[in-house]
Write a protein that binds this ligand. Structure first.
Ligand code: HEM
Length: 467
């Protein structure tokens, strides 16, 4: 375990530490009068550092201040909590102190409003139960034939079109997950028009981290809201069509036919709101996971061989709800990719009443955020935290089990990811499509750096050779 009593270096970009300029309280101090604040720029606070390098910002602050500190981003003071115990207390939230709706509204709020993650307590519970209909085993099984076929098509096309420097794998996986989103989730084949949906998402994500939160013409926020309205228009007609027809094998049809326990179907607007959020939740997260896995495989050929051997055992058959758990090496590599680069690096919450979390006092009305991107590399808990080492998840070592909330790529508590099994199914189907016929290679000396916000993606793209 790291010795936290050793004085830590002052950050080059930080001014005096602590809200009163005094040195920060130590990591394990309880009942600190307030958390130390990471110094930032006048007016802008820590926003530029957050947008430039969110991981660097929180890891340096953690090294200096410990597991709780304050930053100011997008005009809001936010307390960052990164111990497993605080993560547990906030996610489990036994006394209903934390609002996901308020937390997430801060960034994606008006753009993805009334999505499942932007609902709380009874209302959230009701909608989650209805939506579970689209994530049952039988529904998941029904999505997989098309997922496998799309994965094979996209990989073959990307390889055929690759230039001398290989395949741009972020672009390939993004197009693929977008096609999965439209064809398997929405049930339409948009062809070249799928760029319109993609452009809408890019505009909405850019708007989510825009400091200007009003629809002033020409601003990213106004573009994002206009994109939302285009998606609403596109989806509304489709929901009505699906509802008029028998329930089919696409996620939109499943949602359109889902009912509450009392037999009430969701309204058309509710289905549209859920679908817009689901497209977001499914698309960039899976893209980031696949990109990071492909990168690590290019650096670790032995793991690639292990995964390819498992895939060969499928004898060309699809990855299905019955077979995906047999891909054990694939699972270890996926877990390690999600540890090192969690696609949802922060889980913000609004504090509803004065309370205390893992010894940190919080006040009603303030914002807190959990930060898996730092928790997953916490030096007190992980062996060689920055190293790619999938075996840390093997049963003999099980480093992730040291605390129930040390490893939380899919969140925890009432809002735990509804699509976690689907994400694993999709990821394994795509990796099988790649490794059935190819090996992934990087150029000598090639490097990859992931930006964490607004969505995790490789800076400058990522070209890899699929030979
Ligand atoms: C590797 C891929 C994915 C990762 C890492 C991921 C991660 C997460 C995380 C961390 C949360 C909780 C955030 C919070 O509590 O603040 C979440 C929520 C959610 N995710 Fe995922 N997700 C992934 C893929 C998917 C997919 C494929 C779907 C659906 C098709 C999906 C649907 C959802 C939904 C609906 C919620 C909201 C749940 C609720 O509020 O009750 N996710 N996801």
């Amino acid at each position: 375990m790291a010795d936290r009593s050793v004085p830590l270096p002052v950050l080059p970009w930080a001014g005096p530490t602590g809200h009163d300029g005094a040195m920060a309280p130590t990591l394990h101090a309880t009942r600190a009068p307030d958390v130390p604040r990471v110094a930032g720029l006048p007016l802008l606070g820590n926003t530029p550092a957050f947008l430039r390098d969110a991981r660097g910002l929180v890891l340096r602050a953690q090294a200096q201040h410990g597991d709780a500190f304050g930053v100011r981003v997008l005009g809001q003071p936010v307390t960052v909590l990164m111990s497993p115990q605080a993560t547990k207390e906030v996610y489990v939230d036994r006394t209903a102190n934390f609002s996901s709706e308020r937390g997430w509204s801060f960034t994606i709020g008006p753009l993805f409003s009334r999505g499942l993650m932007l609902r709380d307590f009874d209302d959230h519970h009701l909608h989650r139960r209805v939506m579970q209909h689209a994530f049952r085993r039988q529904a998941l099984a029904g999505y997989m034939t098309r997922v496998n076929a799309l994965a094979r098509d996209h990989v073959a096309r990307a390889v055929a079109e690759a230039g001398a420097d290989g395949v741009e794998v972020y672009r390939m996986t993004k197009r693929l997950t977008l096609d999965i989103a439209t064809q398997v989730f929405v049930g339409v084949d948009l062809g070249p028009q799928s760029d319109l949906v993609n452009d809408a998402f890019v505009a909405m994500m850019r708007a989510s981290v825009s400091p200007v939160r009003r629809e002033i013409p020409g601003t990213p926020f106004a573009h994002g809201m206009a994109a939302r309205r285009r998606l609403q228009g596109f989806l509304t007609g489709l929901v009505e069509e699906r509802r008029a027809a028998a329930e089919a094998d696409d996620l939109l049809s499943r949602l359109a036919h889902a009912t509450t326990e009392e037999g009430r179907p969701l309204t058309v607007d509710e289905v549209v709101d859920h679908m817009i959020f689901l497209l977001l939740a499914a698309h960039d997260t899976t893209t980031a996971t696949l990109t990071v896995m492909l990168w690590h495989l290019s650096q670790h050929p032995a793991w690639q061989d292990r995964m390819a051997e498992e895939v060969a055992g499928l004898h060309g058959a699809d990855v299905t709800i019955d077979s995906y758990k047999d891909l054990v090496a694939g699972e270890l590599v996926m877990k390690e990719a999600l540890r090192l680069s969690p696609p949802v690096p922060f889980s913000p919450r609004g504090v509803l009443r004065d309370c205390e979390v893992a010894g940190v006092p919080l006040r009603a009305g303030q914002m807190v955020t959990l930060a898996s991107l730092a928790l997953h590399r916490h030096p007190d808990w992980w062996t060689d935290p920055d190293a790619f080492d999938p075996l840390r998840f093997a049963p003999e070592r099980a480093e992730d089990r040291a605390h129930s909330h040390l490893y939380v790529p899919f969140g925890g508590g009432a809002h735990i990811c509804l699509g976690n099994h689907l994400a694993e199914l999709m990821t394994k189907a795509v990796m099988a499509a790649v490794l059935a016929e190819h090996r992934v290679r990087a150029r000598p000396g090639q490097r990859m750096e992931m930006a964490a916000v607004p969505i995790p993606k490789p800076r400058g793209g990522l070209h890899l050779v699929l030979a």
